[in-house]
Design a protein around this ligand. Structure first.
Ligand code: KG4
Ligand code: ZN
Length: 341
């Protein structure tokens, strides 16, 4: 069964053809990130205009690479949310049009659930449940108990910034363009992580929730001085920038690893599945590998960590297997969706 996946929740425009929920025949990811880099974050109107321009060329390229004709597609899976409304609508309406004209079913997929699924996709060994799901992206940060595919129980999430958003903002304070995560990782490699002692975020009476906004502000003050704003002048030199990046990264990752260890213990979880753009980071991977020893760890492959349509097609296939009917052409895009919808 061939599923065509479409992902346009933010600044990526991606189309993928996946066979039987796991064999990726093509996964084309185009991005408008360069356009946004001068703004320090995604400019929604420019993201949706970019999606309009890139939607059809991306679709054609994915079909070409997979050596597949539209008529050979059995199912369409598309991100229905969460994300930016303008961008979501481009993908969703493309999916509905294809579904109607080819007379094949389509399923709307929850983007953050697909990030979780990306860590399970393509695993040859049987999936292990109950397990811990960790999603670390630019829009989301949470720990979830996975009882099965599409069966989750939230353990903890961020009460303010997502971890990737904190990376993007800290990079912006250090004068690096969006997306900032890769710049922080590179800078941190040459820095001393013990030079600055930043505090991990704590949420009152909730040991599993995250808060990155206090950490972000402490980093801002370390770069630009007490009570500074992001527009204030940078007071540190190039060496200190590296130390700050390393210290910030260490604090953020220690927080995620510690809360994950606590969740594994409390909920008696048997494995850990990790996905989302921040999981590309090699230091995060090493930290998890050296601290989580008692249960197996499954990271999404790096190619599936950032936004992509293969994870949408893969999850869409499973959802359709469970409930083999098309979504209605009235299905609406949703800017916010709880994981369990
Ligand atoms: O999952 P994703 O592609 O999009 C969302 O659904 O949000 O994640 C993008 C986020 C951005 O905040 C980006 O800065 C971060 O992932 N990121 C990284 C790295 N590569 C991307 N963060 C830390 N280290 C990296 N190497
Ligand atoms: Zn994402």
């Amino acid at each position: 069964m061939k599923t065509l996946g479409i992902e346009t929740s933010c600044d990526e425009i991606s189309v993928s053809i996946v066979e039987d929920g796991k064999n990726i025949l093509s996964n084309v990811v185009n991005s408008t990130a360069k356009i946004h880099s001068q703004y320090g974050g995604v400019f929604p109107e420019l993201a949706s205009r970019g999606a309009i321009e890139l939607m059809i060329p991306t679709l054609e390229e994915a079909l070409d690479l997979a050596q597949t004709k539209l008529e050979e597609i059995d199912l369409i899976a598309v991100t229905r949310g969460p994300g930016l409304i303008g961008s979501l609508l481009i993908g969703l309406n493309t999916a509905k049009t294809l579904s109607m004209s080819l007379n094949i079913p389509f399923v709307g997929v929850n983007h953050i659930e697909a990030h979780l699924y990306s860590a399970m996709m393509g695993q040859d060994i049987p999936q292990i449940f109950p397990s811990l799901g960790v999603v670390l992206s630019g829009g989301h940060t949470f720990l979830v108990k996975i009882k099965g595919v599409n069966d989750y129980e939230m353990i903890g999430q961020t009460v303010d910034d997502a971890i990737g958003e904190a990376f993007d903002k800290v990079a912006n304070f250090l004068d690096f363009p969006y997306p900032g995560g890769p710049h922080i990782e590179t800078l941190a490699k040459e820095g001393d992580p013990s030079k600055f002692s930043f505090q991990e975020g704590r949420v009152k009476k909730d040991p599993f929730s995250f808060s990155f906004s206090g950490l972000k502000t402490s980093v801002l003050y370390a770069i630009k001085g007490q009570k500074a704003t992001k527009y204030s002048k940078t007071l540190i030199d190039e060496k200190e920038k590296k130390d700050i990046a390393a210290s910030f990264q260490k604090t953020a990752f220690t927080d995620v690893v510690n809360k994950s260890l606590l969740a594994i213990e409390k909920h008696k979880l048997k494995a850990v599945y990790l996905g989302g753009g921040v999981c590309i980071n090699q230091t995060l991977r090493s930290n998890f590998s050296s601290c989580v020893k008692d249960v197996p760890l499954f990271f999404a492959p790096k190619s599936l960590c950032s936004d992509n349509a293969a994870m949408i097609a893969g999850l869409g296939y499973h959802l359709f297997e469970k409930n083999p009917r098309s979504d209605s052409l009235d299905l609406e895009a949703m800017t916010k969706i709880p994981l369990t919808l």
